[in-house]
Design a protein around this ligand. Sequence first.
Ligand SMILES: Cc1cc2nc3c(=O)[nH]c(=O)nc-3n(C[C@H](O)[C@H](O)[C@H](O)COP(=O)(O)OP(=O)(O)OC[C@H]3O[C@@H](n4cnc5c(N)ncnc54)[C@H](O)[C@@H]3O)c2cc1C
Length: 383
Amino acid sequence: MIGFELSEEQQALRERARAFAQDVIAPQAAAFDESGEYPMEILKKSFELGFMNDNIPAEYGGPGHSCMDLAIVTEELGAGCMGMATSIMANALALTPIVLFGNEEQKQKYLARCAKEFTIAAFCLTEREAGSDAAAAKTFAVRDGDDYVINGSKCFSTNGGYADIFVVFALADKDKGARSMSAFIVEKDWGVKIGKAENKMGQRASNQVEVHFEDVRVPACNLLEREGKGFRVALATLDKARVGTAAGAVGLARRAMVEAVNYARERHQFDQPLAMNQAIQFKLADMAMKIEAARLLTWQAGWMADQGMRQSKQSAFSKCFAGDVAMEVTTEAVQIFGGNGYSKEYPVEKLMRDAKLMQIYEGTQEIQRLVIAREMLFKGNVT
Ligand SMILES: Cc1cc2nc3c(=O)[nH]c(=O)nc-3n(C[C@H](O)[C@H](O)[C@H](O)COP(=O)(O)OP(=O)(O)OC[C@H]3O[C@@H](n4cnc5c(N)ncnc54)[C@H](O)[C@@H]3O)c2cc1C
């Protein structure tokens, strides 16, 4: 049986997230975009409301949101401000390796803490010379007695400037590449140093920094999964997290569409509303169609994740398609606003800048296509 209806609980969750996005996030979005300030108070509020760290299972004190729940919430937050949604989502991204691969002791220590106290976490995979090719990392972890000693630098670590907990991917042997990658939970106080923050085109209410590790000693008990399984941890984490990214892109695109519909109704040229022109109507119809398709792909991937099904291909479908839809829809929204669309007096130029990132982070659109093609060609996952 196929159903597209949300449960009563999910509808209520959506209403709560929508109210938070509309009443708290959206009114402050332009100011945070302008200043590039980190929205700490909004993050705290989102934690109190159960929208941050929401993938922590109930048995560790968290909201225990399913992947579908997360998609529902993130669509709403993305419609409010994608930069803030990214800050909120990045915590779930960093905690996912612990949710999926942490042992009981690690979960009791870190998930329970992040459920109880407002704690910021960062996911540290990317390096200056290792982006799409994450296995080319130059951050190394060497076993020394009961510890691992980590040396190297990460970049673009979202939330990194404010994080207390870092999930860090490091190699044991550069010749073995991905096969020697391991994942570690690292606490800030163990000597993690924060470097330069990025000054970005969009999503300016999120923080990305370089993170440096110089002889940082990490107790061996903070190794996630097993030595050499870090690449698997990263890929499984991204499979899940991409559903949230796709949902944020859907919300961002939806917001642009709503702005465009309102503007097309109100703005008059040639003695009639813009909306009376078929060329404008077709743009709006295309937006609606694409957003609906992106949402359905996102929900499918979320549903599959919740059923415990392998959904690498569907997660890549949703992230790639929804990211492209967000870019297309926001660009067309700017077009419908004309000159005003290019002005910071109106909301759509920010949406367009924010949308560009949806095609880049958590694996670029090209990498999503590689994931899809590999599933089809080498894993027999064709239909
Ligand atoms: C705002 C922001 C937040 C981020 N947050 C995080 C985070 O929290 N944690 C983290 O670890 N990382 C994070 N990232 C890093 C992000 O995931 C990478 O930027 C992304 O994976 C691309 O890597 P790169 O920038 O090195 O691009 P490159 O890998 O250098 O790619 C450059 C271009 O070449 C293309 N390309 C590369 N390889 C291929 C190929 N084989 N075939 C076809 N095309 C290819 C890419 O698609 C891209 O268009 C963030 C990035 C940004 C901008």
